[in-house]
Design a binder for this molecule. Structure first.
Ligand SMILES: NC(=O)C1=CN([C@@H]2O[C@H](COP(=O)(O)OP(=O)(O)OC[C@H]3O[C@@H](n4cnc5c(N)ncnc54)[C@H](OP(=O)(O)O)[C@@H]3O)[C@@H](O)[C@H]2O)C=CC1
Ligand SMILES: O=C1O[C@H](COP(=O)(O)O)[C@@H](O)[C@H](O)[C@H]1O
Length: 512
């Protein structure tokens, strides 16, 4: 889209939305740090938490004296634990070994004070070796929400430092299952920890393109005049995965795709796409605007939603084949829903959110479909609408689909695009994983990219009536084939709310 790159420096006290500062500040001089990964034997720990910590290590962003203690119930020899995590670490072999030498594992219970007390002694002994007057502890809860509270109590009673450094708690989503359970979680955690020490992660906030949403909207003058219902006909936010639940069925079945992805990741993206400009780039001003926006969203209506569940075939297991999923489960693995923002900018314009597992591709994007020009001159041509697409992953990109005259003697119109594909535009692109950014921010005590309790509350208010109705009526999801586009009714829903799919066009950009 542009041919010149221009570096913008943010004024002191104002945080860069891209957080460049985080990644240039070398943390070698920081106080020694103990990271405790609770649920270290699990899926998130091996796929995201440890690789992110390794990423920070490679970037020289962990304090020189750091140890990382995994804690979980499973009994595992340290070497077996290291083997388990090392297969997910990408990078130089010697660096990997250096990193693994900082990693330890302890097996203990989640609901027993004696286990935490014993672990506390182990931590103290390790930290004494540093001979430092102060040490910090970061507790990362990579555990299912059903045990958040008992683990928090264990941390509070036995593991947080009473003096000499900070203790911070990183909590993973989903934060509750509905409005009541979320409020219960929030108030219970507040009794144990101060808000300044709590970091509620929604890792979508750490994604490069999600951070870029505000820059695109508010640093450019071309978009703002068009960013409203007068010019836009619909905004679709899509999350697709081409894998199933893959052994996470036990967790997933209790939550389903709405709680797993739509209520948190997609609502965060919607908030940033739709909110009014914040007063400043401070964390509180941005969250205030997100909250104001969420308060304008009406609860989702059942008759404006589609649910699906993926089927297996003779080669690929279906959702019901996953371990831990009851054979008669009606938990949706796909959902599409329409949202209405009741404010002057958006009143009457649909936001269509779609998310699903076991689909035809892996992709997350925001698609803004503009209205056709009012006085359209090219009536005899097969015409599609302009679309601005923000590709969050994979292959970060922003592209604008537009119509041009086909070059040459013919007088026909062709669909083409202005394409800002990051890989092509930015040399030596090395984007940190979202978890790297967020773990670093929690170490730095920066709350900018974490979820505030009031935004959580409002997001649950939007979804809870729908979730209650689904449960009460025992609604069965529509089956869809593994590897398909999802339930047929989802495309019909988009069409019903005015989305025009441009068949025949394929964005030529890189999706890697
Ligand atoms: N996996 C992912 O990609 C993502 C996960 N998350 C969130 O991260 C958290 C952890 O997810 P994930 O790692 O997938 O979860 P897992 O199901 O892998 O659980 C993590 C660990 O918790 C322990 N555990 C599991 N179930 C129970 C139980 N019922 N009672 C007590 N302990 C249990 C197990 O360890 P042990 O038995 O050894 O103690 C397990 O290894 C969840 O809140 C999830 O929503 C968020 C984003 C992405
Ligand atoms: O939070 C979650 O996110 C992952 C998808 O994360 P991504 O960064 O790979 O897009 C999803 O697979 C998981 O079900 C959910 O809990």
């Amino acid at each position: 889209m542009s041919s010149q790159s221009h570096v913008v420096h943010y004024a002191p006290g104002h945080t860069s939305p891209t957080h460049n500062a985080s990644f240039t500040q070398v943390a070698q001089d920081l106080t020694p740090l103990t990271v405790v990964v609770l649920g270290a034997s699990g899926d998130l720990a091996k796929k995201k938490t440890y690789p992110a910590l390794f990423g920070l290590y490679l970037r020289n962003l962990l304090p020189k004296n750091t140890i990382i203690y995994g804690y979980a119930r499973s009994h595992m020899e340290l070497n077996d634990f290291k083997k388990r995590i090392s297969s997910y670490l990408k990078g130089d072999e010697s660096k990997k070994q250096e990193f693994l030498s900082m990693c330890f594992y302890h097996s203990g219970k989640y609901d027993e004070k004696a286990s935490y007390d014993q672990f506390s002694e182990i931590l103290k002994k390790s930290e004494e070796k540093w001979n430092s007057t102060s040490v910090n502890r970061l507790f990362y809860m990579a555990i299912p929400p059903s045990i958040f509270l008992e683990v928090s109590k264990g941390i509070h009673d036995s593991l947080i430092l009473k003096s000499g450094g900070w203790s911070r708690i990183v909590v993973e989503k989903p934060f509750g299952k509905d409005l009541d359970s979320s409020r219960h979680l929030v108030t219970s955690l507040k009794k144990l920890f101060m808000e300044k020490d709590l970091f509620r992660i929604d890792h979508y906030l750490g994604k490069e393109m999600v951070q870029n949403l505000m820059v695109l909207r508010f640093a450019n003058s071309v978009f703002e005049p068009l960013w409203n219902k007068q010019h836009i006909s619909s905004i679709t936010i899509t999350f697709k995965e081409n894998i199933g639940t893959e052994g996470r069925g036990g967790y997933f079945d209790e939550f389903g795709i709405i709680r797993d992805v739509m209520q948190n990741h997609l609502m965060q993206v919607l908030s940033l796409v739709a909110m009014e400009p914040p007063v400043s780039m401070s964390a509180d001003d941005i969250t205030n605007e997100k909250v104001r926006l969420l308060r304008c969203i009406q609860p989702v209506r059942l008759d404006e939603t589609v649910f699906g569940q993926y089927l297996g075939n003779d080669k690929i297991p279906g959702y019901l084949d996953d371990e831990g999923v009851p054979k008669d489960s009606i938990t949706p693995t796909y959902a599409a829903a329409v949202f209405w923002v009741n404010n002057p900018r958006w009143r009457g314009m649909p936001f269509i959110l779609k998310c699903g597992k076991a689909l035809d591709e892996r992709k997350t994007e925001v698609r803004i479909q503009f209205k056709a020009p009012e006085n359209f001159l090219f009536k005899d041509q097969d015409i599609t609408r302009n679309e601005l697409v923000m590709r969050i992953q994979p292959g970060e990109a922003v592209y604008l689909k537009l119509l041009t005259k086909k070059p040459g003697l013919e007088n026909t119109i062709e669909q083409t695009e202005l394409d800002l594909s990051y890989k092509n535009r930015f040399e030596n692109l090395d984007l940190p994983d979202a978890y790297e950014r967020l773990i670093l921010d929690s170490i730095k005590g920066d709350h900018n990219l974490f979820v505030r309790d009031d935004e959580l509350d409002i997001a649950w208010q939007i979804f809870t009536p729908l979730l209650e109705q689904m449960e009460k009526r025992h609604l069965k999801p529509e089956p869809y084939e593994f590897g398909s586009r999802g339930p047929k009714s989802a495309d019909e829903l988009s069409k019903r709310f005015g989305f025009q799919r441009s068949t025949g066009y394929k964005w030529p950009g890189t999706s890697k």
